[in-house]
Design a protein around this ligand. Sequence first.
Ligand SMILES: [Zn+2]
Ligand SMILES: [Zn+2]
Length: 337
Amino acid sequence: MKTVLLKKPGEIGISDIAMTKRLDGQVLIKVRSAGICGSDIGAYKGVNPLVSYPRIIGHEIAGEVVEVGADEAEFKVGDRVILEPYVYCGKCYPCSIGHTNCCENLTVRGVHIEGGMAEYVSHPRHLLHKVPAGIPWHLVPMAEPLVIAMHAVKQAEVKAGQFVVVTGAGQIGLLAAQYALTIGAVPIVVDPVDERLALARSLGVTHTINPASADAVAEILSVTQGRMAEAVIECSGAAPAIRGAVDYVSYAGHIALVGWPKGDIPMPTALFTKKELTIRGSRNSVGQFPESLRLIAEGKVNVEALLTKTVSMDETPGTVADIAEHPDKYLKVTCVL
Ligand SMILES: [Zn+2]
Ligand SMILES: [Zn+2]
């Protein structure tokens, strides 16, 4: 079967390997679509220390069930499913308290274990979710970045009527802002790229700020009438945005950190105490795929607007290389098999 294989950083191509077999407790899936994610680009560039090579990329994977175990009751051949790609151990402390998203022994497809950019994949049955009929294949993989965004909104404890600053208007930021709208919060999107802010406004975000051309703190002060934002969701991983979160947030506010910074960032920790902030990391997601799929199916979150283009499997290696070279040209690409 064909796969999209990273032989080593910078070397990607279509590779033929032996057909995958269904493993015990798993379901065999014929892959129909896959998203190209920032972490796939990081793996290609060799900047993600968690990735080992050679590696089949891809963790945003959807497809059709082609084989199930004899005792399988929930899934049948022909079902449309999406893979939850965070394979947890179920034994460590975080797993024992239900935080399987940050399992100590987590293996993520396309990172620690083989990804799903292949014609077939075998995946644990408890990590599959049925896809509603209304979502076309090229959009199904978007349910994965949406759960990342939803988890961040949860970690920041965003409530209806509250202001939530979202720093970084990439796919996660734009999805977090849209999800915040669905729960009745008021997102303020901060990003140095005007086109991204325009896209945010087209998705219903009323407040956007370009920190390169405006005083973000002053603008947020004015929008929130002096309170500052009750929540900040940091999606960029950029040092100025992470540092800025502490200024953008209100007293007694919540910050969720989703973006992965490249290095350590000095912070005014006295402000954490003075404002009594709650600062949480936000990684992967837990239990949110059904709601994510429902929001996409019902059109409550517009994922199509984030799609730069859809490519074939054969076009995927070249597209990964082009995204790595020209990241500004792309917001999101999905591959349809
Ligand atoms: Zn992803
Ligand atoms: Zn675990």
